[in-house]
Ligand binder design. Structure first.
Ligand code: BES
Ligand code: MN
Ligand code: ZN
Length: 488
């Protein structure tokens, strides 16, 4: 959807949206469309108070207005960025409802506030992949009826608002890339296809390096190779680098299992296996963040590393009980081939720490079903060996509405991940929740002294219908958080 900024029109036409403060206190634009006060009387009768998220659609109110959307802004004092974005998201839904193709939003807020509301509008306007439909679906409104594709925001300083919004738009494009990739089916998006999508970021000035299966073997990334062994589509490791500043990079690592069948320890049917096409959502968050950071030309040095493999059972697949020598030199016993994420991440984290000399390193993964049970909505799990890094992540997570809850890297897990035959085993099925074991396992591949954090985002890759900034599809969780963490 295109968003542009312009001056207040002398006489609004078409589909128009105006805001109302809490207590039904009008903004200046309300006066412009409600010359006789009739609108306010109707709102009163509807008990429309002007709270955040409240919206009302009036069809054919009076020519030349085709429809009018009124949206609540809440209390004037509390109008911060997260709220402005949510208001934008709610407004988008109501504009969609109006079935206009183009709409004008009249907004007498300052340019920074205008940009935040526009950002919320844009994030919510994402349309799930439709390219696999060959015919119109008469039951699907978005197929049959016109779809909103342009919003003009009329405000006091349109140039300033547009300049502010440009950086947000770049981040939205990163979020959309992550959503698109997560939703792609496994047959279309394997490790190689994912790496081809990563190469497209070169046009933005991102340096892209791809390690194919031969290079992965030569580098000694044997855990990554082992997970990919069962698939006819070999693994890839992708390094994305944005040099917007000098100094040690922030390194972001993503789990990119393009489909997780569980391997020989195959998942049961009732585990909604089709949703495991989204087991690359961590890698999607990283590539999306790199798209955002490069798109807004951030003054930051950031590397993104994608661990890409498909976890499949076959005559060439790894077996439960296999022992593999990792990149770090430690040996790992593979107890359960379905605990594959921690294997690919262990090698990729160790490789990134050695090769990239990070200032800080953060990984993100749809790692364990257990974390969903432990935390539930809306939090993803955060583990960190460094309080400063954890604090920064928690702060940005809150501001970006991608909430994290910090969990401890408990030493009691060390016993769980100890193997009889090798240095480590990949899971325990012990007393401690598996998400804790997995995090502690990863910690064994992080060099002493390197600030590191791990985000377990299992379950956060898909939105339910009332997500304020995302329609009911893949979320792109993590892109906004990582973009904010990178700063610049
Ligand atoms: N990709 C899954 C975790 C997952 C579960 C992501 C649900 C999103 C939603 C992961 O690879 C996995 O299979 N984990 C196992 C670990 C177990 C075998 C120790 C799990 O959670 O059951
Ligand atoms: Mn698995
Ligand atoms: Zn997995």
């Amino acid at each position: 959807m295109r968003i542009t900024f312009g001056a207040f029109p002398a006489a609004p036409v078409g589909t128009v949206a105006v805001g109302l403060w809490r207590g039904r206190r009008p903004t200046a634009p309300v006066a412009a469309v409600d010359l006789d006060g009739g609108l306010r009387r109707r709102l009163k009768r509807l008990d429309f108070d002007g709270d955040e998220g409240e919206t009302e659609l009036f069809l054919a109110p009076a020519a030349p207005l085709e429809s009018l959307v009124v949206f609540g802004l809440g209390k004037r004092r509390k109008l911060d960025s997260p709220r402005l974005r949510r208001i934008g998201g709610a407004l988008l839904d109501e504009l969609d409802e109006s079935r206009a193709v183009k709409a004008t939003v009249l907004l007498d807020l300052d340019p920074a506030q205008v940009a935040e509301l526009a950002y919320g509008l844009q994030l919510k306007s994402y349309r799930p992949l439709r390219k696999y439909r060959t015919k119109f679906d008469p039951d699907d409104e978005d197929d049959v009826l016109p779809v909103l594709d342009e919003v003009v925001i009329a405000c006091a300083e349109p140039e300033a608002a547009a300049a502010r919004y440009a950086a947000r738009e770049a981040v939205a494009q990163g979020v959309f890339l992550a959503r698109d990739l997560t939703d792609e089916p496994g047959n279309v998006l394997g490790p190689e296809e994912f790496s081809d999508r990563a190469r497209l970021l070169e046009t933005l000035g991102v340096e892209v390096t791809v390690l194919d299966d031969a290079a992965i073997a030569a580098a000694g990334l044997n855990l990554l190779a082992a997970v990919g062994m069962g698939s006819g589509r070999p693994p890839r490791l992708v390094l994305l680098r944005w040099r917007g500043a000098t100094g040690r990079p922030l390194v972001l690592v993503g789990k990119g299992i393009t489909f997780d069948s569980g391997g020989i320890s195959i998942k049961f049917d009732d585990e909604d296996m089709d949703a495991m096409k989204g087991d690359m959502a961590g890698a999607a968050a990283v590539i999306g963040a790199m798209r955002a950071i490069a798109g807004r030309k951030a003054k930051a040095h950031v590397c993104g590393v994608l661990a890409l493999a498909e976890n499949m059972p076959s005559g060439r697949a790894q077996r439960p009980g296999d022992v593999v020598r990792s990149f770090s030199g430690q040996t790992v016993e593979v107890i359960d081939t379905d605990a594959e994420g921690r294997l690919v991440l262990a090698d990729t984290l160790a490789w990134a720490a050695t090769t990239l000399k990070p200032g800080a390193m953060v990984d993100i993964a749809t790692l364990t079903g257990a974390v969903e049970e432990v935390l539930g909505d809306p939090y993803a799990g955060l583990y960190a060996n460094d309080d400063g890094l954890a604090r920064r992540l928690l702060k940005h997570a809150k501001a970006e509405a991608e909430p994290l809850w910090r969990l401890p890297l408990t030493e009691s897990c060390d016993e769980d991940v100890k193997s009889d035959i090798a240095d480590l085993r990949n899971c325990a099925w012990g007393e401690v929740p598996d998400n804790d074991d997995a995090a502690r396992f990863l910690g064994r591949f992080i060099p002493e002294g390197l600030p590191w954090a791990h985000i377990d985002m299992a379950g956060k890759e898909w939105a339910d219908e009332d997500d304020p900034l995302c329609p009911e599809t893949a979320t792109g969780f993590g892109v906004r958080l990582f973009d904010a963490l990178a700063g610049g």
